[in-house]
Ligand binder design. Structure first.
Ligand code: DQA
Length: 143
């Protein structure tokens, strides 16, 4: 199963335009290309998905069950609110690593809580685009 899935949640399509002082200058396309290049070096393929809709993210996670070595997931604001996404992660057989570009612990207090972290394989925060690469490496080194 030489495939990884990269899933990004709401407003991540606005990277490069949105709050650049927090999220940096890179775009979603830059990010997807960067992780894709990395996984290819390991003989893996990366599928990418972004949605601003909770139900679409849940559907994509369900479809991914058992089909990928791992899922790299930035649930964005749904991190802090979505019991439905937490249940979706708990329901599937594929391990998920939660990634946040910014350090959610040095921002508003509501960002400190993740509904999803308890059912994720791991969590990486505050390392920008590198966080996605590190999540990919965690799965690639496991092969
Ligand atoms: C984010 C952090 C979330 O709190 C926020 O709602 C986002 C992006 C991050 O990658 O730092 O949209 O997930």
């Amino acid at each position: 199963m030489n495939r990884l899935l990269l899933v990004n949640g709401p407003n991540i399509n606005m990277l490069g335009k949105r709050e650049k002082e927090i999220y940096g200058e890179f775009t979603l396309n830059d990010l997807e290309q960067d992780v894709s290049d990395l996984v290819q070096e390991y003989g893996f393929k990366l599928d990418c998905f972004q949605s601003n809709h909770e139900g679409e993210l849940i559907d994509r996670l369900h479809q991914a069950s058992g089909k990928y070595a791992g899922i790299i997931f930035n649930p964005a604001a749904y991190t802090h609110t979505s019991i439905a996404l937490r249940d979706a992660i708990a329901a599937i057989e594929t391990p998920v690593i939660e990634v946040h570009i910014s350090n959610v612990h040095n921002r508003e207090t509501f960002r400190r809580e993740s509904m999803l972290a308890p059912v994720c394989h791991g969590q990486i925060v505050g390392l920008g685009m590198k966080g996605y690469r590190l999540a990919a490496l965690a799965f690639l080194d496991n092969k």
